[in-house]
Design a protein around this ligand. Structure first.
Ligand SMILES: [Zn+2]
Length: 299
């Protein structure tokens, strides 16, 4: 299928109470792992490209690969810019055919975050492309619990922010940390619920690799519709790659070592897609299955 926009997809996920997996495609192998499993699971998927990957591979090559991979499957695939850094970078992504953008102004003072998000939204909406923004800060490794708490998203400020900035989805800080290699973080799910009540847009969870499964499931129940996963897939890939290299130290055909590593990444993508409730959402023609109708209470 041609690439699809994240707008209708996240609205569908919001209605049907599941989350779309958003996986970083840092290499051809990771992209193949994500798209192949999405098709096997009949799940929609978001493939995202982040700033470190743009520095590593440029914007055009990953974008071209994702378009081709999407065309080869019959489930919806979104090409998303992860943590866009500026208006200019978002403009480049728009020209390269991205079907979903992000501007991360969360490190800026509040008013500057609103201003830069508004600029990106105006540009993107003119082209019919939705924008994710971030309020509160999802921090990196090595921060204290107090720092994580202090950086969390305030529900009322979030409501004011989305009104002023006009974004289509919102990344929130509710206790997760980027690039965690263990899985011990718990989310402030009451805060997720409070934000969902105030904001009413699809909410996005970053840094999910280090979060306990129960917490992720609760966050999805309360309104998270997109969950980003990167580190957990890289770990699965690298564990197998290291073992293959140790077992075959003289092998020069790296494809022989990458193939089993890609299989390991596939199984981790599958585990996450199922955890998020995204399996089986797409029918045989690439359309959304209608959300289960709510059973009326007998009382
Ligand atoms: Zn992130």
């Amino acid at each position: 299928m041609p690439l699809v926009s994240s707008k209708e997809l996240l609205e569908y996920a919001q209605q049907a109470h599941f989350a779309v997996g958003a996986f970083n495609a840092d290499s051809m192998e990771m992209l193949q792992a994500v798209v192949e499993v999405a098709e096997e699971e009949r799940a929609p998927v978001i493939v995202q490209v982040s700033e470190p990957t743009i520095r590593y591979a440029g914007l055009a090559l990953p974008a071209g690969m994702v378009k081709i991979a999407a065309a080869e499957v019959d489930v919806p695939v979104v090409l998303h810019l992860d943590h866009g850094t500026s208006l200019e970078q978002n403009a480049h992504a728009l020209r390269a055919g991205f079907t979903s953008l992000m501007i991360d102004g969360s490190r800026l003072p509040y008013d500057d975050n609103v201003a830069v998000t508004r600029q990106v939204v105006q540009m993107a909406h003119a082209a019919g492309i939705p924008v994710e923004a971030e309020l509160g800060k999802v921090l990196g490794q090595g921060v204290s619990p107090n720092e994580v708490r202090a950086a969390m998203t305030d529900p009322e400020q979030a409501a004011e922010f989305v009104r002023a900035a006009g974004c289509d989805s919102l990344a929130i800080a509710v206790g997760s940390i980027h690039a965690m290699t263990g899985r011990e973080a718990e989310l402030d799910v009451d805060r997720v619920q409070a934000i969902a009540r105030c904001v009413r847009l699809p909410l996005v969870l970053h840094g999910s690799s280090g979060v306990k499964h129960e917490s992720v499931i609760a966050a999805i129940a309360y309104g998270v519709c997109k969950v980003n996963v990167a580190t957990y897939l890289r770990q699965g890939f690298m564990d197998v790659l290291r073992a293959e290299m140790a077992a075959c130290p003289d092998e020069v055909d790296f494809r022989k070592l990458f193939a089993p590593a890609r299989e390991a990444a596939k199984e981790r993508v599958r585990e996450k897609i199922r955890l998020f409730g995204a399996s089986g959402r797409i029918d045989g023609h690439g359309g959304f299955r209608s959300p289960p109708t709510l059973r009326r209470s007998p009382h």
